[in-house]
Ligand binder design. Structure first.
Ligand code: PGA
Length: 241
């Protein structure tokens, strides 16, 4: 199972000391039951990957520019630059970026560029509360998948993260039946390709027992709770027993 820590805009060099607990815990993973991936802000990718040397924890970024080449894009970083400093993954299509104007088409370009750079992609999809209430969830997810992955044939390096927008950071999660149905719908869109599907949105130590029982979920994308090593480890431990 995958446990992806999305640190968002959190953490500085001192915060890295809190990772020692997680490193120690990761050594218990003899049977490879879980894969931990930390996605810190870009400023921490290099120091974090150094700390995780000789562990099986991997590091990813939270976004990238769509240009494979260098260019006049002030403040931006491309997928090759992220790979160069130690990222193996990149989160793309996160709703916090969609909300500030990232379109499906731009996400598609970013995914293509990240594939070219050899990064693995955590591709986020999810509906807003308004869309769910209007019973448009499946239609929205279908469109995000089709547009985001347009003309990408090989999806072996793409992990899907289903994150209902209204669930992120709010403590609210879908009822089990609805979540099961939505995950199944996403799975059905890929037919034989069978990508790994993760769930994200307010995953915490209290709801993980429920969430881990949902079929076809291959792991979790965890925001707030991943900033606390104790909670993060607790979530992993509860999921794998
Ligand atoms: P959350 O964030 O766990 O704090 O809800 C998840 C995410 O945004 O990926």
């Amino acid at each position: 199972m995958y446990f992806i820590a999305n640190w968002k805009m959190f953490g500085d060099l001192r915060t890295l000391n809190t990772l020692d607990k997680v490193i120690k815990f990761s050594k218990t993973n003899k049977k490879n039951k879980f894969q931990i991936i930390y996605c810190p802000p870009n400023t921490l990718i290099r120091p974090m990957s150094r700390r995780f040397k000789k562990t099986n924890i991997e590091v990813g970024a939270q976004n990238c520019h769509d240009s494979y080449d260098y260019g006049a894009f002030t403040g931006q970083v491309n997928s090759r630059m992220l790979k160069n400093v130690g990222a193996k993954y990149v989160i793309l299509g996160h709703s916090e970026n969609r909300q500030i104007g990232e379109t499906d088409n731009l996400i598609n370009l970013k995914i293509k560029s990240a594939i070219k750079s050899g990064l693995k992609i955590i591709f986020c999809i999810g509906e807003t509360l308004k869309e769910r209430r209007a019973k448009k969830t499946n239609q929205i997810l279908k469109s995000q998948i089709e547009k985001g992955l347009k003309s990408i044939k090989n999806i072996s390096n793409i992990i899907i993260a289903y994150e209902p927008v209204w669930s992120i950071g709010t403590g609210e999660i879908l009822k089990e039946v609805a979540l099961t149905e939505t995950i199944l719908f996403i799975k059905s869109r890929f037919k034989k390709k069978n990508p790994k599907i993760l769930y994200g949105g307010s995953v915490n130590t209290n709801n993980i027992d429920k969430l881990k029982k949902i079929p076809n979920i291959y792991g979790f994308l965890i925001g707030g709770a991943s900033q606390n090593p104790k909670k993060f480890i607790d979530i992993i431990q509860k999921s794998i027993i």
